[in-house]
Write a protein that binds this ligand. Structure first.
Ligand code: FAD
Length: 321
């Protein structure tokens, strides 16, 4: 059956996050010839709506209320539920990001619907819509299907290929009236931490450091390699706990879950909680001076050696490329 599927787009730093396009690709499969309707909230949302259409949405609904300038759980949940009420979709796709993880379960609860979270793949066969999602900290995958009613899923960044952008695609962009009230949270000011700028969750290459990096100064060695590769810098909790870097860089069970094309683990032992956040990376390179380190069990390429010897050599070699 053809379906109408809503996709909640996400803006970050004044740009649409890539996961928006990946969610649109998932939605167009789920729609099965039906309609993909983008939904976008926030400051200047309407100026990004066309890009959602170029990426596969058939039309886009935008709301730019003052209360939606910054993400808050309350405001975005209220606004999205009002769009659902008027559109009556058969499917909803939202990125599995911090904000997506925050509002999707609330929306599902309010709608009395099921939710398949953290989907990495979707297959559609007639009326069957089957999502694949990781379980047991990424050690296995399960296939999940919502038997009846709304097909609702969150989509893990970096897994479902976006559709090819087509700038000739056209579609309506409509401003919707949403009534937001009784907010319990209001964002007064956003103070941004300075960082390398590449979003860990969406980075295609990550250079990551652990306790073996030994100091905040040691992370500069990794940053140099990251800069040459156009990579983001991540960390183990060991490195964060030791104060070498900020917790926003932590990858793992209680940090960020990443699936880059290339993950370079430097001085990371490979504890199960760290693997939970990165073991589904496409290619893993481990640099560790202990040949018995468990990280080598998941690595595609292992370099046994001192990271302070190996990493600068890699940086120099890639500079020449
Ligand atoms: P270590 O285990 O100390 O490993 C350091 C490694 O560096 C060693 O293998 C050593 O051989 C190597 N090394 C040292 N010097 C060098 C050198 N010069 N060159 C090359 N190699 C060198 N951890 C996470 O990462 N993410 C999480 O989200 C997370 N969540 C957790 C949740 C819970 C509930 C718990 C209990 C733990 C969690 N942990 C998490 C912690 C996890 O169990 C490990 O303690 C942590 O991952 C270890 O970090 P590490 O590998 O950097 O440090």
């Amino acid at each position: 059956m053809a379906k109408k599927v809503l996709v909640l787009g996400e803006l970050k730093g004044g740009e649409l996050r890539n996961v928006t396009f990946e969610a649109i690709a998932a939605a167009s499969q789920v729609a099965n010839g039906g309609e993909v309707v983008g939904v976008l909230f926030g400051e200047n949302a309407s100026s990004h709506a066309e890009k959602m259409i170029h990426s596969g949405a058939d039309r886009v609904l935008v709301a730019e209320n003052d209360e939606l300038k910054q993400f808050t759980t309350d405001a975005y949940t209220q606004a999205f539920l009002q769009v659902v009420e008027s559109e009556k979709p058969e499917g909803i796709m939202i990125g599995h990001t911090s904000s997506g993880k925050d509002i999707a379960p609330r929306i599902a609860t309010k709608l009395g619907a099921g939710l398949i979270s953290d989907a990495v793949d979707v297959e559609v066969n007639g009326d069957d819509v089957v999502f694949t999602r990781p379980i047991y900290s990424g050690k296995a995958f399960e296939k999940k299907q919502i038997e009846e009613g709304l097909v609702f899923a969150t989509i893990r960044p970096n897994n479902i290929a976006p559709l090819e952008e087509d700038t000739a695609r056209t579609g309506d962009i409509t401003t919707v009236d949403v009534d937001i009230k009784d907010l319990r949270t209001i964002v007064k000011e956003v103070v941004k931490k300075t960082s390398g700028g590449i979003d860990l969750a969406e980075a295609s290459i990550i250079v990551s450091g652990g306790r073996g990096v030994k100091s905040a100064e040691g992370f500069k060695t990794l940053e140099e390699l990251a800069e040459v590769l156009g990579a983001a810098v991540g960390a183990s909790r060991g490195a964060c706990d030791a104060g070498y870097c900020d917790y926003s860089m932590q990858i793992g069970q209680t940090g960020k879950v990443v699936t880059p094309d290339l993950y370079i683990a430097c001085g990371i032992s490979g504890a199960i909680q760290h693997l939970a956040g990165m073991s589904n990376s496409k290619v893993i390179v481990a640099i560790n001076k202990d040949p018995e380190a468990p990280i080598f069990d998941v690595a595609d390429y292992g370099i046994v050696g001192d990271l302070f010897d190996v990493v600068p050599k890699l940086t120099e070699a890639f500079k020449k490329e």
